[in-house]
Structures are given as structure tokens and as C-alpha cells.
Design a protein around this ligand. Structure first.
Ligand SMILES: N[C@@H](CCC(=O)N[C@@H](CS)C(=O)NCC(=O)O)C(=O)O
Length: 292
């Protein structure tokens, strides 16, 4: 079901990209400089700096590099892009990371990446080639140019933040950064994780069997963190940590999209979270990522 819904979305995107590819080529050579994206204020296109490929043929991922599709000029792209992000759309932890990248790009910092799609519905995360890279057999994970693999979405985000610190998505100063991190940690470990467990125990895209014990445990466990977050958002702030988007927004939006996708009804009375959600998900910066 997940694959069907994702395929339907992707065919719309593919048609859109096909139309775009008939536009005149950019004058100066690399895909980095290809079509500016009207969705972002500075023309930064989340995908224009990234080549997408899939984990099929993942032997070459683990070996000498990614299978290269027949795109003219690809050599120059490969020389420029040394970071490979292994990812799966809509899955909550990769989505958190994609939202972070999109927010950063919209603010003018486009991080050059090559994306490798790992199809979790087909179990590609456990294929020998992917498992050899990341023994945890899950996404997202990042491979650096020297081969080092970084699993864990937050570790990857912090790596990006340290390498490309401006504009900061964690805030500035010890106090603000601690506050943002505290919000993000609770959202991730108390809410996103619970949502993921409940969806997989009710409507699993990976085919896990229903499990009522898991549903009741995590439904109860996430009630208080949700209520506290709801109260926090009730002071009129625009984003989770204040006036600007931070990693806390990325984690919350990823969790709530997965809840929508999995048809999980959150408890009643979370009006401030609901209002934040409606504001956040329609922003141009994130529309292409929040597809459910
Ligand atoms: N704590 C990890 C969690 C990663 C994770 O659980 N990823 C899920 C997708 S959201 C996955 O790859 N699941 C596949 C599996 O467990 O087989 C992170 O933040 O990156």
C-alpha cells in the first residue's frame, strides 16, 4: 500500500521533472547550476545539487562507487559530490534529515549530496551490500568521501551543522542550543519513535504484524510528551523553538507525516500542535518532502 501511494506520487514528480528537462540547458556545465527552483526564495533547489540513484546494483555502492546513470556531464557531478546519503522517502528519520536539508537550502546553504534510495519495503537495507556499509541495516546513513559511514539522523545533522554552520538550525549560544536540543530529543525519542512503533504495529508499510500490546504501550507513553509540547507551542511562537525553524520542527513534522501516512489518530486536545502542523507543512520550503 505504501509503495503504491509512493509510486503514484513519484510518477507525478517524474512527469514534472520530464517537463522541466525539456527546458534549455544551463550555460555553465554542471547539474549544480541547473534549473533554479521557484519554491525556494534564493533559487536553491533541494534536488538540483543532488543526484539520485537507487540501491539496486548496490554491489557497486559498496565497491568502487555508485552505478552511474547515463547522464551527460555526470563525471563532473561525481567529482564534486563526495557525500552519499542513503535514504527512503516518507520514513520518519530520513524525512527529518530531508527537512533539515530543505530548510537549510531555503536559507541559502545547499549541501551537495548524492542520494541513494534504499527501498525499505523491499528490505534493501538488509541486502549484503547495504548491510556491509551500515550494520544497523536502517536509514538514513551518510557515507563520506573517505568511506566513513555515519548512521543516526541526528549525528548526520550535527555533522552537517558543524561543516556548514550557517545558518544554524540548532540556534546560537549555549542556552538556545540546549533548549532546541531538548525539544528535539523529546520529540524524537518520545513522539517520533512512538508514532513509528504504533504505525508499524497497526498499518506497517514493511509488513510487520499487528501488535496491540505495542500500540497500547506507546499510545500511553507519548501522551505526556505530546501534552507538554502542546502547552509549549501555546505561547504563540511560530516554530517549535521560537521564531525560526530548527531541527525540532524537522523531527516533529517527520513524525506527524508518518502518523498521517499510517492513519494514526493522535489524542484529542492537541490544538497548538495541530495549528503548528497546518502552518508548517504547507510552507514552500517543505512541501516536496511532506507529501502525505
Ligand atoms: N535512530 C535512528 C533510527 C533509524 C531508523 O529506525 N530508520 C528506519 C526508517 S525511519 C529504518 O531504516 N527501518 C528499517 C528497519 O528497521 O528495518 C536514526 O535516527 O537514524
Amino acid at each position: 500500500m505504501f509503495q503504491e501511494r509512493l509510486d503514484a506520487h513519484q510518477s507525478v514528480v517524474a512527469a514534472r521533472e520530464m517537463r522541466a528537462s525539456t527546458r534549455p540547458a544551463p550555460v555553465a556545465g554542471t547539474l549544480n547550476q541547473s534549473r533554479p527552483d521557484a519554491r525556494t526564495p534564493n533559487g536553491a533547489n533541494r534536488f538540483s545539487n543532488s543526484k539520485r540513484t537507487t540501491a539496486e546494483g548496490a554491489g557497486s555502492v559498496a565497491g568502487q562507487g555508485l552505478a552511474v546513470v547515463g547522464v551527460a556531464g555526470i563525471r563532473s557531478v561525481r567529482q564534486e559530490i563526495a557525500l552519499k546519503l542513503f535514504t527512503q522517502r516518507v520514513a520518519p528519520n530520513p524525512t527529518k534529515l530531508e527537512l533539515f536539508l530543505a530548510e537549510k537550502a531555503a536559507l541559502g546553504c545547499v549541501i551537495p549530496l548524492e542520494r541513494v534510495a534504499v527501498n525499505l519495503m523491499k528490505g534493501e537495507q538488509s541486502s549484503p551490500a547495504i548491510a556491509a556499509l551500515n550494520g544497523l541495516q536502517r536509514v538514513p546513513f551518510l557515507q563520506l568521501d573517505d568511506g566513513l559511514v555515519i548512521p543516526e539522523s541526528l549525528a548526520i545533522i550535527e555533522y552537517f551543522e558543524e561543516r556548514w554552520p550557517e545558518p544554524s538550525m540548532i540556534g546560537t549560544g549555549a542556552q538556545e542550543r540546549a533548549r532546541v536540543r531538548a525539544l528535539e530529543r523529546s520529540i524524537d525519542s518520545d513522539i517520533l519513535y512512538a508514532v513509528a512503533m504504533i504505525v508499524h504495529a497497526t498499518n506497517s508499510p514493511a509488513g510487520y504484524p499487528p501488535n496491540r500490546g505495542v500500540v497500547s504501550w506507546f499510545s500511553e507513553a507519548m501522551k505526556r510528551p505530546l501534552a507538554v509540547l502542546n502547552q509549549t507551542l501555546g505561547d504563540g511562537r511560530a516554530f517549535v523553538a521560537g521564531a525560526r525553524p530548527t531541527i525540532a520542527d524537522c523531527s516533529l513534522a517527520a513524525a506527524l507525516q508518518f502518523a498521517r501516512f499510517g492513519k494514526l489518530q493522535l489524542p484529542d486536545g492537541l490544538d497548538h500542535i495541530a495549528a503548528w502542523n497546518e502552518r508548517y507543512r504547507v510552507r514552500d520550503e517543505v512541501k516536496g518532502i511532506l507529501i502525505f
